[in-house]
Unconditional design. Structure first.
Length: 313
């Protein structure tokens, strides 16, 4: 049992919230390989409280999971959390087990959302305070180290982690890159080590956990690991890491496992009515490293789910 504040998990491996990828089919496949927890795709709190029909169709709260909000207005965030408390409007809210605030998305800087808030500690404190005061569920935040290399020198990640601890958040998730790095360049494990020394709040490490070696390295300094991009191309990475942590052998036939994942994804996509674009990007990701470049290219030019099924099968 792993405790991240009030959130209790059966193990220490978490699937990252990823736009276009964190749908119920991927979550279900990853849970089957030993993933212990996952989050929704990032959701704008303004859209959530507007009871958007578009979001209603997109939101797939079919499994135990966390929900992740983008917000820069404490009152909007409060209303969104109250809707979760009251199980209001959206089916599946009973499956939500925690609430996370996104302070790491690098693509919404111009909207003052995601990692744009990393240099606004007073606003972050207000948002954290609202989360703790309002939510009946465990609360967390996902952060990056800083906006850019210059900002990183002031160590905003330490300041934000301290604010999270002071305001009573249950845990924080740390992507060990700056916003400017997006998903490129080396992660900074020294920053995670520094956080471990500085705060007592539970830490979830995120960024380039792609194999057993990288999992071992990050595990030294945090309470749980979050796996992102590697999971949507190789979901069995959870099985490999779990087996390693338990000192068990784990031999993977990559082609057979990927064929199995593709079949599962297609089955789940039908069961949960997953949209065309999600299906296409997931199958293209699962076909990586299988010498099926021609098939990947053909998938790019499909226009319907039936075309995808005929092509893959």
């Amino acid at each position: 049992m792993v405790k991240l504040g009030r959130l209790e998990l059966s193990g220490n491996l978490i699937l990252a919230p990823m736009a276009m990828y964190s749908d119920v089919a991927l979550r279900k496949i990853c849970y089957g390989y030993g993933c212990d927890y996952s989050f929704s795709e990032q959701i704008r709190a303004t859209e959530f409280i507007a009871k958007s029909e578009k979001l209603l169709k997109k939101l797939d709260l079919f499994l135990p999971m966390g929900i992740q909000f983008l917000a820069n207005d404490p009152e909007v965030l409060r209303k969104a959390i109250e809707m979760i408390n009251n199980k209001e409007f959206y089916p599946g809210l009973e499956n939500v087990k925690s609430i996370d605030l996104n302070l790491g998305c690098p693509f919404l800087m111009n909207k003052n959302l995601g990692s744009a808030l990393l240099n606004q500690p007073n606003l972050i404190r207000e948002l954290f305070k609202v989360m703790k005061e309002t939510s009946k569920l465990p609360v967390s935040a996902k952060i990056r180290l800083a906006i850019n290399a210059k900002h990183k020198k002031t160590k905003p990640y330490l300041r934000i982690a301290k604010i999270a601890e002071e305001e009573g958040l249950d845990f924080i998730i740390v992507h060990l890159r700056t916003t400017g790095q997006v998903y490129e360049g080396k992660i900074d494990l020294k920053a995670l080590k520094e956080l471990r020394r500085t705060v007592k709040i539970p830490l979830v490490g995120n960024g380039d956990v792609i194999d057993i070696k990288s999992a071992d390295e990050m595990k030294k300094y945090c309470d749980a690991l979050m796996i992102g991009r590697k999971a949507f191309s190789d979901p069995y990475i959870f099985k490999q890491i779990v087996s390693h942590f338990k000192n068990q052998d784990c031999k993977i036939d990559v082609i057979k496992e990927k064929e199995k994942c593709i079949k599962q994804y297609l089955s789940y996509s039908e069961q949960y009515k997953i949209g065309f674009q999600h299906i296409k990007v997931h199958l293209q990701a699962l076909l990586r490293d299988t010498n099926r470049e021609e098939l990947i290219d053909k998938l790019t030019h499909t226009h319907t789910v039936d075309e995808i099924r005929n092509l893959v099968e």
